[in-house]
Design a protein around this ligand. Structure first.
Ligand code: IPE
Ligand code: IPE
Ligand code: MG
Length: 243
């Protein structure tokens, strides 16, 4: 396998962590045991990102569509996403990680204590800049884009901005986290080949890697493999090949 080129590390990597339920089913365990096992995989991948010098890592932890799962599983995921922040935030803060949360966080179905934990983690790590770790929680890209359009429409209606000013750059500034750079690489585990409403706008020119690994089996070595694969791709951004 080719060696990793430390000068060509993707700036922003997206993770669609999928396959927890199948991992648990294969072991005769409840689906929630798969989510619990996925935590170590996520934080090993965070460590791997720190080692590689990746600047932005966005992990899809709960989608706007995941509310359709059984109430027990949803309740577990709400509790679990809060609990892992409580347990991990100090060590992440010490490692220079800055945490962000994107999604429909005002949704009343998200428990208040969970929302508070997300706010505290954001504040605690606001001064860090080694790695931006973004949790896409109650996130749906279509909702994000619709919300941006609604805000822009309101501003246009009140005369604060003119419709002629609306272009890609202005639109991007109304997304949940305007400073987030475009995605360079999206990894979806479990062998599925779809985005499932993850960062549609931001993935416009991303490269994709779909390893057939269930999320709890994923680790920093797979991340490294993904980066090597990424470095072998030719990114054109609509341009032509060659000189
Ligand atoms: C991903 O694993 C975790 C979340 C969506 C929260 P799944 O729970 O989707 O696992 P599978 O796809 O059913 O195996
Ligand atoms: C996408 O996985 C959402 C997260 C990883 C949080 P899903 O398992 O919900 O996606 P589908 O239903 O297979 O498309
Ligand atoms: Mg799934």
């Amino acid at each position: 396998m080719a060696d990793l080129d430390p000068t060509r590390i993707p700036r922003h990597v997206g993770l669609i962590l999928d396959g927890n339920g199948r991992w648990a089913n294969a072991r005769g365990l409840p689906r929630t045991a798969g989510h619990a096992a996925g935590e170590a995989a996520l934080f090993d991948t965070v460590e791997g990102s720190l080692e590689l010098g990746i600047e932005w890592l966005t992990a899809y932890t709960f989608s706007t569509e995941n509310w359709s799962r059984d109430a027990d599983e949803v309740e577990f995921l709400m509790w679990f996403n809060q609990d892992l922040l409580t347990r991990r935030r100090d060590s992440l803060a010490d490692q220079g990680v800055r945490m962000h949360f994107i999604g429909d966080l005002a949704d009343r179905r998200i428990p208040d204590h969970n929302r508070k934990e997300m706010e505290e983690a954001t504040e605690l790590t606001a001064g860090n800049e080694r790695l931006h770790l973004v949790f896409a929680f109650n996130y749906g890209s279509q909702r994000e884009i619709a919300a941006a359009a609604a805000t822009i429409a309101k501003r246009a209606a009140s005369g604060e901005l003119s419709p002629t000013e609306i272009d890609e750059k202005l639109f991007s500034s109304f997304l949940y986290l305007p400073e987030m750079p475009p995605l360079d690489l999206v990894i979806r585990s479990s062998g599925e080949h779809r985005l499932s409403n993850f960062l549609l706008w931001q993935a416009a020119y991303a490269e994709f890697w779909f390893p057939g690994i269930l999320w709890p089996d994923f680790n920093r070595d797979h991340l490294r493999q993904a980066v090597i694969e990424y470095q072998g791709r030719e990114r054109r951004f609509g341009g032509a090949d060659g000189p």
